[in-house]
Ligand binder design. Structure first.
Ligand code: FAD
Length: 317
């Protein structure tokens, strides 16, 4: 079923979570083990992230350093298909602009269609870690809105490769990312939500937010979106902190502020075991308030570690 239908047909807040494909060299059992820990809370759907190739350095054969392209986490589509087949739970593979040209994107969408996967979360993909800039592949998309447009066209039977006589339309439900605390590259909040509106106007049915630790940021964001005419469901994304270093890492990587009250509580923790417990309590508090506000779903970033999410889900769902 499509995520938008799941949400529209449900009167209560749904539970969903995100998984990363296993690191290359590991088998899919790690994915199944994660789902087995969370299945009892009846997830409405499961997202699977997409990971572009990265440039890494390694010692060269004749001394010095050489740079090579690696893909650490391939397999998004096959992981999605394997989950859907084994658990009969709807899946949402992520599809990114980075690393694809339009032809390859079209082929990936055809694979998903044949696998009866009707949902995609459309993202641009991260900027290059070294240059800090995002560069599309030649013939690829620079912004997520362009990729949304390509899929919306496919849903109307308009293919990139226009040689077929009677091409069948696809029927994808498209989600996109939104940033309650602004996307890090956006010059200001106003332009960022205008670009979000562009994605919705291009055909996205719902928005999933970047993680946040202060619910007020989410509620303000929803109000700002509504004020400029974004009417689709906005699903909050939550992640429990697990280690002290998160107070530095998460704001830097995800452009999210950790509230002072939480920072103070983290500082009082004697060990990361205490931080882990605090993370569960804080996220549970956030989830309770969001559920009371009747948000469509709460989406958890598992980062491959389901135990804390299971403890939260046990209380909330
Ligand atoms: P866009 O919507 O293209 O926006 C990127 C930036 O460009 C923003 O600053 C925006 O304001 C600006 N912009 C947009 N349109 C225009 C325009 N026309 N002109 C000028 N500026 C414009 N990354 C992955 O690699 N794999 C994943 O699986 C993945 N999953 C994610 C899941 C969620 C829920 C979220 C929120 C993020 C995820 N990301 C993932 C990270 C994402 O790829 C990055 O945040 C990326 O930097 C931006 O993606 P976007 O789709 O929001 O891009």
């Amino acid at each position: 079923m499509k995520v938008i239908d799941i949400i529209n047909n449900s009167k209560t807040t749904q539970f969903s979570f995100e998984l990363l494909p296993p690191l290359k060299g590991n088998n899919i059992q790690t994915i199944f083990d994660t789902i087995d820990k969370l299945a009892e809370f009846s997830p409405a759907y499961i997202n699977i992230t997409y990971h572009r190739e990265e440039i890494v350095s390694r010692p060269g054969v004749s001394g010095g350093v050489e740079f090579v392209k690696v893909r650490r986490r391939p397999g998004t589509v096959s992981v999605a298909a394997a989950i859907q087949q084994r658990y009969k739970i709807d899946v949402v593979p992520h599809l990114i602009c980075g690393g694809f040209d339009m032809q390859e994107t079209e082929d990936a969408l055809i694979d998903l269609d044949f696998l009866n996967i009707q949902n995609v979360l459309v993202l641009r993909g991260d900027a290059d870690k070294i240059t800090g800039k995002f560069e599309p592949k030649v013939g690829g998309h620079r912004h997520a809105a362009d990729l949304v447009r390509q899929i919306s066209n496919l849903n109307k039977g308009i293919y990139f490769e226009s040689l077929m006589e009677k091409p069948e339309p696809t029927d994808f439900c498209i989600g996109v990312g939104g940033y309650p605390e602004k996307h890090p590259e956006a010059p200001n909040f106003e332009s960022d939500i205008q670009h979000l509106k562009e994605k919705v106007d291009a055909g996205a049915s719902y928005v999933v937010t970047q993680m946040f630790f202060d619910n007020k940021k989410y509620f303000d964001f929803v109000n700002e979106c509504r004020a400029i005419g974004i009417t689709v469901p906005i699903i909050p994304g939550l992640k429990p902190i697990t280690v002290k270093d998160h107070t530095n890492i998460l704001p830097r990587v995800f452009n999210t502020q950790i509230p002072q009250e939480l920072v103070r509580e983290i500082e009082k923790c004697k060990s990361n075991k205490d931080v882990y417990q605090l993370g569960i309590e804080w996220t549970t508090m956030q989830a309770k308030e969001l559920k009371a506000a009747n948000v469509p779903a709460i989406h958890f970033y598992t980062m491959g570690r389901p135990n804390n999410i299971a403890q939260i889900a046990k209380i909330i769902f």
